[in-house]
Design a protein around this ligand. Structure first.
Ligand code: BES
Ligand code: ZN
Length: 902
């Protein structure tokens, strides 16, 4: 079993490495590495250590030499995971020769084979699978890399930094030398070898230098690089203009690969991308793909400063680079949209993702603060909390300090820490210097896990015109943290009348007349705000733009005209859905109305009892949105979308996935049939005609078509079905075609199988398309008279064109099923769990990282109804009792799922 590593145990390295020279003799069967390190002991330690421990995994050691003299075996100690050199007491040169097999590397960490090419992935601890090295982020060295390989097979040889030499050898091989001028930790090392081609452009940087930009792909993909190149240029320009940060190299390269565990990786000057975030043209990419590529290219490029130039002292600080860089890529994507309403749409999508993944994680046995205190496998902590909540915490600082001060603090952070490996404190200290504020309380966001719950009780006094908010905050217990202290929470407030007129936000004793929202701060467990100046009870709006990552509950006083508090809440939400000026608050109001309806339906779901599925209030609000001509299609699509099955489930005390799916289906059907005429008109009016471009406006129209059709499918509307078939067969763009197929897949139309088979045949030879097809099947419903989805997933896993060695296949087919299809996965007959166990075992033998992601799909087992929870417990327990047969990463997850009660 893996040992637990604690943040408090950090110790500075015993030795520093100043320069590294790596010589590779590449061969897929057996690659040899000669590593020459200039080393010196760290004499700043209280007690300097002279044993130098290097990491190394799945390596064969050939020789070790000190200052050119081979070392006898007594001078070092070798284990499965370390090479310890004894008595390194003064600066010296260490030369290590070792071998490894790229071919045998199915974990895709270190150097591995992808198609005909060799690729590397080092973050977080893959470099130790290449050579023996102090594989930790606080050892920064200058790298020179010499690569030799057969020229015919591997004509292109790439590594970090700048090319400094190239020559042919006389045995059919060639040699290329790369020099990276910037000291870096080993996790940013990269190497690529293969038969690749590139799109290349010269790009003028702000200071007048020209940088060479390249996007490297397999020859068949050269027609899919343009959007990636455009995105890279936009990213470089944006970082210059928005953050004053320039590219520090003469060249910047992106390489696409079909075999990659993650989305993409920010290796210095040589980013490696999963093909799905690097390759696009109208034949293979949807609107969503175009948008994702722009944001992922931005993300990895922005790491060049936030992550690479300023790097991490240890892996506990991961959010220092990831949270900050997600914040930056979110701002980049928003800025590229420009217009305020499009930015709001982007923000709402991010909030939905946060609630669906991070809030869920916060309520699970894996709950952890954005800076965890311990881990077994760091790979398991690249989480929604570290990334998405981490980005929210950076956004909180921007909200609290204002953009100008935030930017001043950011500049200070960059200048003070450039070239260093630092902790999250470095960022907060820079913000303290810039603002003159003490951020001691704010820092709790880094150490306390869980989603804070903010409860607001209101009271209106018609005699005085006073409106009182009693605000309390509390954060649920999480593993290892039973009691929490209050957070510093920005708290925006605004009011409007029942006819939608904005009203002043004025505390008792003040004279302001501003009707803009005002920003207050919560710092205590309980606080009271008394506003005044109202003739009638106002409608209250809070947490504009989702200012803070909290769960907000508003309990309105129920004194008004005999209404219950619930009725009044409904009424206020309906008014907000109609009039609210803040796009997030407006969307959230409608979303809460929908969620409330769905919850009531589930709670009162008595067989044979056919209550009205939805309230008049919700219907009117929905009707109002469909027919509102003033809102953008993209925003309308969001307003009309019902909460996902996952989100509905998470809002219940006990999750019953079938009941959730049933209720959602009933509401869809009800709204779909009641408004079929308007929905058909809406769909018709927004269909793409003419040439395809992935711009936000037309993408918004396509998302609206999708939402409209989704309702019409539930209502088995004939027009809708016809259009769905038409799109599945003849759409001129991939987005609409996939919409059509997704819709057809949830019908019992005769043509369904033909349409599905036809696209499979057409898409089979293009991995990007095949994966989309697999995801449609895995995410679809089971129809009466057909095989259940779980059987089809199993069948597809065993097909010759699907491989568990390929992470994208697993993500598209297996993880889509386990994560996005709750009612089909959590079947009462346990078939879903049987498949889970089977695939966990198979995948873990090939790729432990991907297996750990599968493992996480059952971590919330305690939240489900007993009939399901018992069965989940059984499979989880089965894994734990056979712990030696599974990888440590999987065991960490399963062990926490079973033994970390909340
Ligand atoms: N540094 C990560 C890549 C990474 C992830 C390495 C997990 C090791 C483990 C990279 O910057 C990243 O965050 N990639 C994301 C996509 C990004 C747009 C959020 C990913 O791969 O999911
Ligand atoms: Zn990142």
């Amino acid at each position: 079993m893996a040992e637990t590593i604690y943040r408090k145990d950090y110790q500075a390295p015993s030795h520093w490495v100043d320069t590294v020279r790596l010589e590779f003799d590449l061969d897929p069967e057996s690659t040899s590495v000669t590593s020459t390190l200039s080393v010196r002991p760290n004499l700043d330690l209280d007690t300097p250590q002279f044993d130098w421990v290097l990491n190394g995994e799945s390596l064969t050691l050939v020789s070790v030499a000190l200052n050119g003299t081979p070392l006898p075996e007594t001078a070092y100690t070798l284990t499965d995971e370390t090479l310890t050199l004894h008595n390194i007491v003064e600066p010296c040169e260490v030369t290590i020769v070792n071998r490894f097999s790229p071919q045998a590397n199915t974990a895709l960490q270190g150097i591995y084979v992808s198609g005909e090419n060799l690729m590397s992935q080092c973050e977080s601890q893959g470099f130790r699978r290449i050579t023996y090295y102090p594989d930790r982020p606080d050892v920064l060295a200058r790298f020179k890399v010499v690569i030799r390989a057969e020229k015919r097979r591997y004509p292109v040889l790439l590594s970090n930094g700048n090319p400094s030499d190239a020559r042919d050898l006389d045995d059919g091989r060639h040699e290329v030398v790369w020099t990276d001028p910037f000291p870096k930790p080993s996790y940013l090392f990269a190497l690529v070898a293969g038969n690749l081609v590139c799109q290349r452009e010269l790009f003028e940087l702000k200071d007048g230098r020209n940088a060479t930009l390249e996007v490297w792909v397999e020859p068949r993909d050269l027609d899919k690089t343009a959007h990636t190149m455009e995105s890279l240029k936009k990213s470089i320009r944006w970082d210059e203009e928005r953050f004053g940060l320039e590219l520090d190299l003469d060249g910047f390269r992106i390489v696409a690969t079909q075999d990659f565990n993650f989305g993409a990786m920010e290796n210095k000057g040589l980013n490696i991308f999963n093909a799905r975030y690097a390759l696009a043209n109208p034949k293979v990419a949807t609107d969503q793909d175009y948008a994702n590529i722009e944001s992922v290219v931005g993300h990895e490029y922005f790491h060049n400063w936030t992550g690479n130039r300023i790097t991490l002292r240890d892996w506990f600080q991961l959010t220092l680079k990831e949270g900050l860089t997600v914040f930056r890529d979110q701002e980049f994507s928003s800025d590229m949209l420009g217009e305020e309403s499009a930015r709001a749409v982007e923000r709402i999508k991010n909030v939905i993702a946060l609630r669906q993944s991070q809030f869920r994680e916060d309520a699970s046995p894996m709950a952890h603060p954005i800076r965890p205190e311990s881990y077994q496998k760091i790979d398991n902590f690249y989480t929604a909390t570290v990334y998405e909540k981490g980005a929210e915490v950076i956004r909180l600082l921007q909200t609290l300090l204002g953009w100008e001060t935030f930017r001043k603090g950011f500049d200070d952070y960059i200048q003070t820490n450039d070239g260093n490996a630092v902790t999250c404190e470095a960022f907060l200290e820079a913000m303290e210097r810039a603002s003159g504020r003490d951020l001691k309380q704010f820092k709790r966001w880094y150490s306390q896990a869980g989603t804070p719950r903010v409860t607001v009780m209101t009271d209106f006094d018609p005699k005085t015109g006073n409106y009182t908010l009693q605000v309390s905050q509390s954060t649920p217990a999480t593993p290892g943290q039973s009691v929490k202290k209050p957070f510093l929470i920005p708290f925006p407030v605004s009011f409007m009348s029942e006819t939608g007129d904005p009203l002043p936000v004025r505390l008792v004793g003040e004279t302001t007349t501003s009707t803009d929202k005002r920003l207050f701060e919560l710092t205590e467990e309980r606080q009271t705000f008394v506003f005044t100046g109202f003739d009638h009870e106002p409608v209250l709006s809070l947490n504009h733009g989702f200012a803070a990552p909290i769960q907000l509950e508003i309990a309105l006083n129920d004194t008004e005209g005999g209404m219950t508090a619930e009725q009044k809440t409904d009424k206020h939400r309906a008014l907000q859905a109609r009039f609210e000026r803040d796009a997030f608050v407006r969307w959230d109001a409608l979303n809460q109305l929908m969620l409330q309806s769905l919850r009531e339906l589930i709670i009162h779901d008595i067989p044979g009892h056919h209550a009205e599925p939805i309230s008049r209030t919700l219907m009117d609000a929905f009707d109002g949105v469909i027919n509102d001509a003033t809102i953008s299609p993209a925003y309308k699509a969001l307003l009309m979308t019902l909460p996902s099955e996952t989100l509905i489930g998470d809002s219940l005390t006990l999750i019953d996935p079938q009941a959730v799916a049933h209720a959602r289906q009933r509401v869809r059907t009800e709204l779909g049939s009641r408004y079929s005429t308007s929905l058909n008109e809406l769909v018709e009016a927004n269909l793409t005609r003419g040439d395809y471009t992935p711009d936000a406006e037309s993408a918004g129209r396509r998302s609206l078509v999708r939402v409209g059709l989704d309702y019409l499918m539930a209502a088995t509307d004939k027009h809708g079905q016809l259009l769905a078939c038409e799109l599945a067969e003849n759409a001129t763009n991939l987005t609409d075609r996939l919409t059509g197929l997704t819709m057809v897949n949830q019908t019992r139309l005769q043509r369904k199988n033909d349409l599905l088979l036809k696209s499979l045949r057409e898409w089979m030879s293009e991995p990007l398309l095949l994966n989309k097809w697999l995801a449609i099947i895995a995410g679809g419903p089971s129809m009466v008279g057909e095989d259940p989805v779980v059987d089809r997933v199993r069948e597809l896993v065993n097909c010759a064109f699907v491989s568990l060695k390929n992470p994208n296949n697993v993500y598209a087919l297996v993880l889509t099923f386990f994560m996005n299809n709750p009612a089909e996965f959590h079947r009462l007959d346990g078939q879903g769990y049987a498949l889970w166990l089977e695939l966990l075992e198979k995948t873990d033998k090939l790729n432990p990282h991907v297996a750990a992601r599968i493992a996480r799909t059952l971590e919330n087992w305690r939240r489900y109804t007993p009939a399901l929870a018992d069965q989940m417990y059984m499979v989880l327990n089965d894994v734990l009792t056979r712990r030696d047969e599974f990888s440590p990463g999987v065991i960490e997850i399963v062990d926490k799922a079973l033994n970390n009660p909340l």
